[in-house]
Each structure stands twice: as structure tokens, then as C-alpha cells.
Design a protein around this ligand. Structure first.
Ligand code: MN
Length: 262
């Protein structure tokens, strides 16, 4: 009996019909000289900005659209959890999420379904990467796919540190214009006027989220800066969100709080 090739799971948050998903699946199929099996399990519709949400109050269905491509009526996290535990017949050696339409830079990552799918993969012990293009139209998916394949090949060969995923962001430029890959830290990006208040035809106020002008902060070591300069940014993210400097600080400076008795 011949040995089955290593399995790679591809998902996203833009939905199972998104072009970035297919670009990523195609790129993953080039790994190990093509000696891999790539399975796509993705939300049946766009679920951008759902974060790490799990669907707990309605049933979830998985439909095989064609061979190796499945749609689930849930979130990216649902897709990874159900995909790995119920759909796939063996454990994936890698999870790749994306290619997201739009960067996942700085503080975007906690809202991101793309990154959260990779968080879920990491939680269940599968080396995981999230891949995004920092643009909104005329996106160079194939070029970012080539970068994703380079990063994925390294992950397959070297592994990742415990509880760590990679957040990959490419500028929206052709392959030849990439200046290289930079290893970066998470920057800060806030939005001015991010909530629009408008009146409906009856004069009732309502609100639109997701607009606004991004304001960048942080230095040259950040993901935001690297992408703005034409580099692909690779940020290792850790599942342990503890601020250890703050822990040491409050252990000393707030010591009296621990004496509180009921
Ligand atoms: Mn998205």
C-alpha cells in the first residue's frame, strides 16, 4: 500500500467562492514538488471580521461542492474545528488561511476571521499560517500565493515554536516588485471616523462600521511599516496574550490587592 501524501487544509473568511482561497490552494499544491493533498474547507459565504467566533446555537452543515472542496454554513473557526475533527480522514500537517482580500495588520488581527482560523489551527496543534493582501481591488493573488508557498515550505521543514502562528501580509504589487520578506512585530492601526452615523428615510439614526481612515503608529519593526515599504511582512503571533512585563509590574506594585479577603 502506498503512503498517502501529507495533507494541507486551506480555509478563509472571504467564503468558499473567493478568488484568494483558490490562489492559496493552488500555491499549496506546489509544495513538496506536488506531493501533497490539499483540501479546502471554508465558510459558505463571506464571514470577514467575525473574529474567533464559534457557532453554538444552530446546526452546521458541511457540503462537498466538488472533490476536495467543502463549504460549511459557519465561521472560519467552525470550519477548522469541524474540518479537522469530522471531515478530514487524517490530520493535516499545515493549515493555511486566506488569501484574505485586505491586510490583517496591527490591531486588525483580533477582528480577523482569517487570522482566527489560524489561531484555531494552532490551538489544536496544527502549524498554521494566515495570509492576506493589503489592497482592496485588482489584487495580485498569484504573487502572494508564491510567497505563501515559500513561507509554508519553511513551516513544513522547520516547524513552528509552541502556540505560535504566522501572520503573513503582502503588499498588493506584482512578484517582481516585492522588496523581500521582513520579520516584524504587530503594529498599531486605529481608525478615525470608523463609525458613520446616518439618518434613514424616516430620520432615524443608524450606524455603519468598517469605514474610516486608518492611522498608523509604531516603528520600522512593525508589520504595517514593512508592507507600506513594499516588503512582505511575516509576524509570529503567540496564543498566550499575557503581558508578562505588566504581570511583573502588578505583582510588585499592586501586591496589596492580593491580600483582599471576602
Ligand atoms: Mn476577509
Amino acid at each position: 500500500m502506498s503512503e498517502l501524501p501529507p495533507l494541507i487544509l486551506v480555509t478563509n473568511d472571504d467564503g468558499v467562492h473567493a478568488p484568494g482561497l483558490f490562489a492559496l490552494a493552488k500555491a499549496m499544491k506546489t509544495l513538496r514538488g506536488g506531493d501533497v493533498e490539499v483540501v479546502v474547507i471554508a465558510p459558505d459565504r463571506e464571514r470577514s471580521a467575525v473574529g474567533h467566533a464559534l457557532t453554538m446555537h444552530r446546526p452546521l452543515f458541511c457540503e462537498e461542492l466538488r472533490e476536495g472542496v467543502y463549504a460549511i454554513n459557519g465561521t472560519p473557526t467552525d470550519c477548522v474545528a469541524i474540518g479537522v475533527k469530522k471531515i478530514l480522514r487524517r490530520r493535516p500537517v499545515l493549515l493555511a488561511s486566506g488569501i484574505n482580500r485586505g491586510g490583517n495588520l496591527g490591531d486588525d488581527i483580533t477582528y480577523s476571521g482569517t487570522v482566527s482560523a489560524a489561531v484555531e489551527g494552532t490551538l489544536i496543534g496544527i502549524p498554521s499560517i494566515a495570509v492576506s493582501i493589503d489592497g482592496s481591488s485588482h489584487l495580485h493573488y498569484a504573487d502572494t500565493g508564491r510567497v505563501a508557498a515559500i513561507v509554508a515550505a519553511h513551516v513544513l521543514e522547520r516547524g513552528l515554536p509552541p502556540d505560535t502562528l504566522l501572520n503573513v501580509n503582502a503588499p498588493n504589487i506584482p512578484w517582481d516588485e516585492f522588496k523581500g520578506i521582513r520579520f516584524t512585530g504587530q503594529g498599531k492601526r486605529t481608525y478615525d471616523d470608523a463609525i458613520q452615523e446616518v439618518a434613514d428615510p424616516r430620520g432615524r439614526a443608524h450606524y455603519w462600521l468598517g469605514g474610516g481612515t486608518p492611522i498608523f503608529q509604531g516603528g520600522e519593526e512593525t508589520d504595517i511599516h514593512a508592507v507600506a515599504q513594499g516588503f512582505v511582512s511575516v509576524t509570529p503571533l503567540h496564543l498566550d496574550l499575557t503581558n508578562y512585563d505588566a504581570l511583573r509590574m502588578i505583582e510588585t506594585d499592586w501586591a496589596e490587592m492580593t491580600q483582599l479577603k471576602p
